[in-house]
Design a protein around this ligand. Structure first.
Ligand SMILES: [Zn+2]
Length: 215
C-alpha cells in the first residue's frame, strides 16, 4: 500500500516538478522520448519449462540499464508508468486467449533486500501493470531468506532461489520480474505455482539480457 501512495505522490508532484530522464537528464519523463526511441526490443526467449512462455519488453543493454537500475534501487515509478502501456500490450500477446482469466503476481526479491529498500521492484511492476490492464494482482509467492536451505532440492540450492506458494493459486498466472537473465528465478516460481495448482504460468519481464547463457 505504501508503494501506491508513493506512486500517487510522485504523480502529483510531477505536475510542478517535471521528472528528468534517469539516463540523459532531459525533462519530460523517465524514460524521455529520445531514450524511448533508442530502446531495442528483447529477442524471443526460448522455452523455459514449466513456463508456458516468457516474454520481455526490452533488450537489457546500455540504454535500458539505467532505467532498470532506477526501478531496482529507487522503485522508479516514472519508469514503470512510462513502460506499463507497452508491457500491457506484450502481456496480451503473450497470454492470448487466456488473457481474461489471468491473475498477475511477481517473483519476490530477497526479503532482506526488499526490507532494506522499502519496496520490491517486481511488485512495483506487477501492481502498475494491474492498474494499467485492469487485471487482478495477488501476492502468490513468498521467497525464503537466502540462508534458508532446509527442504531445498539440489537444483534449488544451485540456483539459490526458493519460493513457497501462499494461499489458493489461480489456474492462469503471469509472473512479473524486472530482468530475465538465465530464467531460473521465473522457472523456480512457475514450478512452485504449478505444484500448488496453477495450470498455465507465463513469465513477463521488463528486460532480458541478450545472451542469457552468459549471465
Ligand atoms: Zn532520456
Amino acid at each position: 500500500m505504501l508503494q501506491w501512495w508513493r506512486g500517487h505522490v510522485d504523480g502529483f508532484l510531477e505536475q510542478w516538478f517535471p521528472t528528468s530522464c534517469t539516463r540523459c537528464g532531459s525533462l519530460g519523463g523517465s524514460p524521455c522520448s529520445i531514450c524511448i526511441d533508442q530502446f531495442v526490443g528483447a529477442a524471443l526467449i526460448p522455452e523455459i519449462p514449466p513456463l508456458k512462455s516468457v516474454a520481455a519488453l526490452l533488450r537489457y543493454d546500455e540504454t535500458s540499464r539505467p532505467f532498470i537500475a532506477d526501478l531496482k534501487y529507487h522503485g522508479g515509478w516514472s519508469v514503470v508508468r512510462g513502460l506499463a502501456p507497452a508491457l500491457s500490450f506484450l502481456l496480451e500477446d503473450t497470454v492470448g486467449a487466456q488473457y481474461r482469466d489471468v491473475v498477475l503476481t511477481w517473483a519476490p526479491t530477497i526479503p532482506e533486500r526488499a526490507r532494506d529498500r522499502g519496496f520490491d521492484q517486481a511488485e512495483v511492476l506487477a501492481r502498475e501493470l494491474a492498474h494499467r490492464s485492469g487485471l487482478p494482482v495477488r501476492r502468490l509467492l513468498r521467497r525464503l531468506p537466502g540462508e534458508h536451505q532446509t527442504g531445498r532440492n539440489r537444483f534449488e540450492r544451485s540456483q539459490g532461489v526458493h519460493f513457497v506458494a501462499t494461499g489458493p493459486i489461480p489456474e492462469i498466472v503471469v509472473v512479473l520480474d524486472d530482468v530475465v537473465t538465465t530464467g531460473s528465478t521465473l522457472a523456480a516460481a512457475a514450478t512452485v505455482l504449478c505444484e500448488a495448482g496453477a495450470l498455465s504460468v507465463f513469465g513477463l519481464a521488463l528486460a532480458a539480457t541478450p545472451d542469457r547463457s552468459q549471465t
